[in-house]
Design a protein around this ligand. Structure first.
Ligand code: NI
Length: 158
């Protein structure tokens, strides 16, 4: 887990530096009809951070990992990320993830690794887990980081 957290920290810091090099115009560019712009992708990652912040904290006082999902498209559209200032969005994304790094770095090992039979990762995870298979908070955290990297790569490949 330590390696994953170091990689997470590095990804956020280098990712934010690269994102800040995009101009306002580049950050608003949608490469195809119906696809998110970099502003909207970073907005989606802020929503992901906010929702997972709740999960990472709450998981430490409960036996299960039963959490609500969120309507991703509607969250992005209703917050009008396309009209937000790019450097502010990137700084919020970086700050939120630095806090999440702090939070998950302090989760006791026992909370990270204990099997959770009851969970909703068949619905809320990026790489889903069958509801019949136990999972762990460590899995949910790693899945969060993998999802973040997936969307960063989407921005940098365009
Ligand atoms: Ni996503």
């Amino acid at each position: 887990m330590l390696d994953a957290l170091e990689d997470f920290r590095e990804t956020v810091l280098t990712g934010a530096a690269r994102l800040l090099k995009l101009t306002e115009e580049e950050s608003e560019r949608r490469t195809a009809e119906g696809k998110w712009s970099p502003k909207e992708i970073v907005g989606h990652l802020i929503d992901s951070a906010a929702n997972n912040h709740q999960r990472f904290v709450r998981a430490q006082f409960t036996e299960d990992l039963l959490f609500p999902g969120y309507e991703q498209e509607e969250w992005v559209a209703s917050q009008h990320y396309q009209q937000a200032a790019w450097p502010k969005l990137v700084k919020l994304w970086r700050a939120y993830n630095e806090h999440l790094h702090h939070v998950v770095s302090h989760v006791p090992e026992e909370q990270l690794t204990k099997p959770r039979a009851r969970h909703s990762l068949q619905r809320i995870a990026w790489q889903t887990v069958s509801e019949h298979e136990p999972t762990t908070l460590e899995y949910l955290i790693r899945d969060y980081i993998a999802h973040l990297k997936h969307h960063l790569n989407q921005i940098f490949k365009d």
